[in-house]
Design a protein. Structure first.
Length: 195
């Protein structure tokens, strides 16, 4: 990987913000409790921050790239208001059953495929071996394995049986919130640096 020098934390959008399915209206999103402290700690620890998501609503014609960009600007503004920088918003607009022909296909960027993270390694100089995915589902654990990252799940309560029965043996990290997830990531990174 070219010049892979910096660890990143890739936050899957559902672990950071919630709202109705396929929502891109900034007035209807809700940020996870304690998100600011969690991401502030990660930023202070030297991690780049990037939001990742599957946006199959584009493939189904529920919204377009421009509308999604409005939501992204809203999220970036919330980060900037805390003195934080999001390095990128990486998303997959595809779905094989989509109704918008341009996006109706199988791809390598739809999570849990690793395409978004390979792109981050190339464009952001992300060191995937030292990077993490904060997710909210078992698919995020698979995405981490496929990309060569580590993962931690913020347990939203939506997939408890999957988290218990299907998560890869090497990825047993589950946290109740973003603050705890950030602390676990930082503690493990410090332990590795000291080893």
């Amino acid at each position: 990987m070219p010049n892979a020098t910096r660890p990143f934390v890739f936050i899957n959008k559902p672990a950071l913000i919630s709202g109705p399915p396929f929502n891109v209206d900034p007035t209807r999103v809700r940020f996870a409790p304690g998100w600011t402290l969690g991401v502030e700690r990660l930023s202070e620890a030297g991690f780049g921050l990037t939001l990742v998501s599957n946006e199959s609503g584009i493939a189904f014609g529920y919204y377009d790239n421009h509308t999604l960009e409005i939501l992204h600007r809203h999220v970036a503004a919330r980060f900037a208001g805390r003195g934080l920088e999001l390095s990128a918003f990486l998303y997959c607009p595809h779905h094989p059953d989509g109704t918008v022909s341009r996006y109706a296909r199988t791809c390598d960027c739809h999570l849990p495929q690793p395409g978004l993270f390979i792109r981050a390694a190339a464009e952001l100089e992300a060191d995937l071996r030292r990077s993490w995915i904060i997710g909210s589902s078992a698919d995020d654990l698979v995405a981490a394995r496929n990309a060569g990252c580590r993962a931690i799940i913020v347990d939203s309560g939506h997939e408890p049986e999957l988290l218990v029965t299907r998560r890869p043996a090497q990825s047993q990290r589950v946290a109740p919130d973003l603050i705890t997830a950030a602390g676990l990531i930082i503690d493990e990174s410090h332990a590795e640096a000291a080893a």
